[in-house]
Design a protein around this ligand. Structure first.
Ligand code: PEP
Ligand code: MN
Length: 285
């Protein structure tokens, strides 16, 4: 073995991998999947309102962090297991699937019912966590580390596949550069390269990539045009009151605007936005 990526390479599976999050809900298939929700679950009303906005906009997946990796130990650290329950309850009301972060393997018992387990950017090379999730047969969202090369990102995914778990979605969330105008620099080249080199679905997080609400819709459209399989977007019912990442949170109306504009861009690249009819058809079968 050379030590390079192997199991993730496209030649292993030219038709590509689809990661199934629920009936009629697969990432990496023809439908473009938008996952949206607040940075963090803050309280019952906030996540209930966020879930309602996400469902009203037509997105099938609710995001929200309960186990939060924060740069400062003095920042809001998330609600933990009770936050996961609030998130799952809010999602269930609208038939949404849930994506949330797992900070360590010990969190897993609290994450039953979560459709997609997120490995955060800072944990991309937490090899113990990668090995633990590689032993599961549950979908994993692997964010790119803020300073990880494409090769390092793919090798992190390789840990999951090597453990026997091929239900892996890659997520580009911006890398650290010399440019201070944005929180990170969105690397769309890496999205295209990851799609070309691997058989895994690739989505884009334009919220952490930019840190700026006004850049989130344009870069979401750019990600769709570049061939991403979906988005992970932060939206908050009241961004000014958010306990984390308020400046990059879309307002519910911004999310509706994004969902209205995506189909035209997707049509230009031969894709379509996910529609609830896909789920209804799968359930009826
Ligand atoms: C998140 O999506 O909640 C998050 C913390 O993002 P990242 O790991 O990309 O910084
Ligand atoms: Mn955030």
């Amino acid at each position: 073995m050379s030590g390079g990526p192997a199991l993730v390479l496209r030649e292993r599976k030219p038709q590509g991998t689809q990661v199934v999050l629920g009936p009629g809900l697969a990432v990496g298939g023809p439908a473009f999947i938008v996952m949206a929700g607040p940075c963090a679950v803050e309280d019952a009303a906030q996540i209930r309102d966020a879930a309602a906005a996400v469902a009203a906009a037509g997105c099938p997946v609710l995001r929200g962090g309960a186990f939060k990796p924060r740069t400062s130990p003095y920042s809001f650290q998330g609600l933990g297991a009770p936050g996961v329950r609030l998130l799952l309850d809010a999602a269930a009301t609208h038939g949404l699937a849930v994506v949330t972060e797992v900070l360590e393997a010990g969190d897993l018992p609290a994450l039953e019912g979560v459709a997609l387990l997120q490995i955060g950017a800072r944990n991309m090379q937490n090899f113990a966590l990668l090995k633990a999730l590689g032993r599961l047969r549950r979908p994993v969202l692997l964010k790119r580390g803020p300073a990880a090369t494409l090769e390092e990102w793919l090798l992190a995914a390789e840990y999951l596949l090597d453990g026997g778990n091929d239900q892996v979605i890659l997520c580009e969330r911006g890398v650290r550069s010399f440019e201070p105008s944005t929180r990170n620099t969105l690397d769309l080249s890496a999205v295209v390269l990851a799609k070309q080199r691997t058989h895994l679905p690739v989505i884009v997080d334009p919220s952490h990539a930019t840190g700026l609400r006004e850049l989130v819709v344009p870069l979401s459209l750019a990600a769709a045009a570049a061939g991403a399989d979906g988005l992970l977007v932060e939206v908050h019912p009241h961004p000014a009151e958010a306990l984390s990442d308020g400046a990059q949170a879309l307002l519910p109306g911004d999310l509706e605007d994004l969902m209205f504009r995506l189909p035209g861009v997707l049509a230009a690249v031969g894709r379509e936005i996910w529609r609830p009819a896909l789920r209804r058809r799968a359930v009826a079968r």
